[in-house]
Design a protein around this ligand. Structure first.
Ligand code: MN
Length: 456
């Protein structure tokens, strides 16, 4: 199986697999689109044609299961993280092409309040938001690109409000702003599954995530130069919004329903002025409903891969990691460790907390615990953990600003060492099991015609 190189081929595959629900025309952009997408969340992707007089068809829920993501990259669920790790280790430079599909139609006087089918998702969202836009910017000094998803509020015909958390886009914007300059930006909607996933990698500063996208599929990503800037965007994308982050300009943005299932508050945030929109003919518009499974998993899988690589760099005994959905695929991290030396689990906890500021509670388990089962991890917590010796607590660290229990992002962190101590008698933590249980052929030993009354 090979990777799907653009949104359209992936959509056709979902359709062939009976994972696509095509809606009747005329659904409402406010709440109805999000409501229907949420009802199918994790089971089917959705397609919404003919939304009023807007130009374009909405698609949602494109990557809402782990094995869909694996399929989209041409791999299996069990190989998904290692595929991602390989791409992070060896990014593939992109290849520039002329006359790209994403520039078939050019709008020099765009009006984002009326031209594209941009939905309003959750109850208290402050209007319509672009939620699946890959925000591409360029380091003003080195020329290297960054790709990230930021929520984008429609604030006017040619104005977007953006939330920039303290990572790479913000660093580039601050570099430009300190010189009094605007920062060019391209917002890419409807690109390949690999481009979407790579945008969520926790890659080093100045690593262009589009190179990770290429490596994920095994072939250089085809890109095109924007009409008004030096930015390169995936050539087969459906919609490109070209504009600039305005220097020294902030406007009120929010509230918006975010991945932790709460609203991010209204505050003054960055502003993009839109210069131009280019699209394919009859473009598809991808939307991610805030807090949906697609939202959580898109952030989760690439983070798992990057955190795994980061941990394995110092601790080769780290076998696997998982960001469970119950922790919003961000805040809780399960680590499977083949512990070599006593104390090592606590070092792993500290490294995990440092790997990304979103990680809040770390649980380190032995190899016999299934980290894709919350029940197993909680069993280890119940039977292998003592708070006086196994708990790591750090106060006043940088956490997630979207976690409402933090003090504007200042957060406490906890680590739970759920590994069995090295020096205990073997029987003490030996997990009970019945010899031969898994090999028994239940059909072969059953007596379906027997009658209970013969034995009473
Ligand atoms: Mn980056």
């Amino acid at each position: 199986m090979s990777a799907f190189l653009d949104l359209r081929s992936w959509l056709k595959h979902l359709d062939q697999q009976d994972r696509l629900d095509i809606l009747k025309p005329g659904r409402q952009l406010e709440f109805e689109v999000a409501g229907i997408a949420n009802r199918w969340d994790g089971r089917k992707a959705t397609v919404f044609p003919q939304l009023g007089n807007r130009d374009g068809v909405i698609v949602s829920g494109l990557l809402s299961q782990r094995h869909w993501m694996a399929e989209a990259l041409g791999t299996t669920e069990s190989e998904l993280l290692s595929r991602f790790q390989g791409a992070l280790a060896k990014p593939l430079p992109w290849k520039e092409v002329a006359n790209p599909p994403c520039q078939q139609v050019v709008y020099d006087e765009p009006d984002l309040t009326s031209m594209l089918p941009i939905p309003t998702h959750n109850e208290h969202d402050n209007g319509a938001y672009i939620t699946a836009g890959l925000v591409i910017t360029r380091n003003p000094k080195t020329g290297r690109q960054n790709v990230a998803i930021h929520r984008l509020q429609i604030q006017g015909p040619r104005q977007l409000g953006a939330l920039l958390l303290p990572r790479h886009t913000l660093a580039y914007q601050q570099m430009a702003e300190s010189e009094g300059h605007d920062l060019d930006v391209a917002i890419v909607i409807g690109s390949s599954p690999a481009a979407l996933l790579s945008s969520q990698a926790i890659a080093p500063f100045d690593q262009d995530e589009l190179e990770i996208a290429g490596a994920l599929t095994g072939a250089p990503l085809e890109v095109a130069k924007c009409l008004g800037s030096e930015l390169r965007v995936p050539a087969t994308s459906e919609i490109i919004i070209e504009g600039r982050f305005l220097a020294n300009t902030r406007e009120l943005e929010g509230p918006f329903g975010e991945f932790p299932q709460y609203y991010a508050e209204r505050a003054k945030r960055h502003v993009i002025e839109v210069d131009r929109v280019t699209t394919r003919e009859r473009p598809l518009y991808h939307t991610i409903v805030g807090g949906s499974r697609e939202h959580l998993l898109l952030g989760g899988i690439p983070r798992e891969a990057t955190i795994l690589s980061t941990l394995q760099y110092s601790f080769p005994g780290v076998v696997d990691v998982h960001l469970p959905q119950a922790g919003s695929c961000r805040y809780h991290l399960y680590v499977k460790l083949k512990k070599r030396l006593e104390g090592e689990a606590k070092n792993v906890i500290m490294a995990a907390l440092a790997a990304h500021y979103d990680v809040k509670h770390v649980f380190v388990v032995d190899e016999d615990v299934d980290i894709h089962s919350r029940e197993e991890v909680e069993w280890a917590l119940a039977t292998r953990f003592q708070a006086d010796r196994d708990l790591v607590v750090v106060h006043n660290t940088l956490g997630s600003k979207l976690d409402p229990s933090t003090d504007n992002g200042i957060s406490s962190k906890l680590g739970f060492d759920l590994t069995v101590p090295k020096d205990v008698p073997e029987m003490k933590y030996l997990r009970i099991r019945v010899p031969g249980q898994t090999q028994i052929d239940l059909d072969a030993v059953a007596a379906p015609d027997a009658d209970l009354k013969d034995f009473l």
